[in-house]
Ligand binder design. Structure first.
Ligand code: ZN
Length: 138
């Protein structure tokens, strides 16, 4: 089935991220001067304002920081509703907003803050593999 949700645009400063997703890797921007990672990709390090930025492969593991069940959605996402969006605290320390899969949006009491999650990728197009997160069974 064709991917029908909006596909993010890619720019030169996000190209390493999208090349990573195509290879099944979650890449994080990392400052070459202060060695700290950050999310989302930028032209300037938010920690030290350096423009000497690179990339590193992240673990792809994290925890649910918080979540929301999306019931009233417009546009192409409407037919996905209800679905769960979540902020994920990456093991590397950054926080990423995402779609959380593998949970029942109609039973939000079963979704646990702090639950471990792992990144997966969905093929949206030849050039775009979209990361999303799924709760890891422990
Ligand atoms: Zn820095």
């Amino acid at each position: 089935m064709a991917y029908e949700l909006p596909i993010p645009t890619q720019g030169t400063h996000t190209r390493p991220f999208w090349e990573g997703t195509k290879a099944g890797k979650l890449m994080l921007p990392r400052c070459e001067d202060c060695n700290r990672t950050h999310w989302y990709p930028r032209y300037i390090c938010p920690h030290c304002q350096s423009m000497n930025l690179g990339w590193m492969e992240a673990s792809g593991e994290g925890f649910i920081h918080t979540y929301a069940v999306q019931h009233l959605v417009f546009g192409k996402w409407a037919k996905e509703a209800p679905y769960v969006t979540a902020y994920i605290d990456l093991k590397e320390g950054d926080r990423m907003l995402t779609v959380l899969r593998g949970v029942d949006p109609l039973s939000p009491e079963d979704i646990k803050i702090g639950a471990p999650v792992r990144v997966e990728f969905e093929v949206a197009s030849e050039d775009t593999h979209i990361p999303f997160w799924r709760v890891v069974e422990v």
